[in-house]
Design a protein around this ligand. Sequence first.
Ligand code: BTN
Length: 259
Amino acid sequence: MKKNKNPDRLDSRLLEQNNICYYPAVDSTNLTARLLAEKGAPGYCTVIAEEQKQGRGRLGRNWFSPPNEGLWFSIILRPESLTPERAASVTMVTAASLADYLRNKYRLAATVKWPNDLLIAEKKFGGILTELKSNAGHLDYLVVGLGLNVNQQQSSFPVEIRSRATSLAMESGRNFDRTAFFLLLRESLLDAYRHFFLHGFASFRRLWKEYNVTLGRKATINWPGGSITGLALDLTAEGALLIKDNLGQTRIVNYGEIE
Ligand code: BTN
C-alpha cells in the first residue's frame, strides 16, 4: 500500500473545542467509550480516534481501522425510557438516520441492510456495533460504534474486502473534510436519538423500511450456533427481522448476519 507524504489528520483542537474525546490511537473506540461510561461519562459523550489498533466488528470480527481516511467513533447513550429488549432498535435508528442524512445532504444513494450494514450500490461503506450494559432488567448505558469509510480509494482496502467495500469519496467523486463532516453528522445523529427517546421507533422504522435492501428478498441469517433461511418479510416494532422460513413458519430473528 502506498504511503501518503501529507496524510490528512483529524483536527484534534476543533474536536476538543466541541467536547469530543479525541485520541490519536486506541484499541477500539467502543472499548474506550465503555470505560468512560463505567466512570460515569454522560449520555452523548463521544469518542473518536484517528486509528484503532483493534477495531471490532460484529460477531467478534476485526474492523480494519487505519488512520487518515475513515471515521471511527462511538457515542454513549443513557436513555431513561428504553428497556434492554428494545435496545436493538438503536442500531436501526442509527442506520436509517445516517442513510437519510447522506441522501439529503450529499445526494448519496445510501441503503441499509439488516442489522447493521450501510451500503451504496450493494457495497459496504460503514458498519455499526452497538453494545449495552444492563442491570436487573434496567438499561444502564449503550455504546453505539460507527465505522465509516470516507476518503478511501479502492487500493486502500485489504485485498480480501476490496470487491465488497466502498467509501463516500469513491461514490461521490470528492474528498471530505473528515472533521467538519463528522461534527455535522454527529449533530444529526444526536437529534435522531433525542427524537427516538421522546417519540419512539415508528418514524425511524418507516425510514429504515424505505432505505433497506433486506425485505422482500430471500436471506440466510447466521448467528453463532444457528442459521435460518427464508423470505425477509418485515422489521418488527422492536427492530427484529421477521422471516418466513422454508417450512412456511414466521420467525423473529433478533441477532445474526445475512449471508
Ligand atoms: C460491523 O459492520 O461489523 C460493525 C463495525 C463497527 C466498527 C466501529 S469503528 C468504531 C467502533 N469501535 C469499534 O471497535 N468498532 C466500532
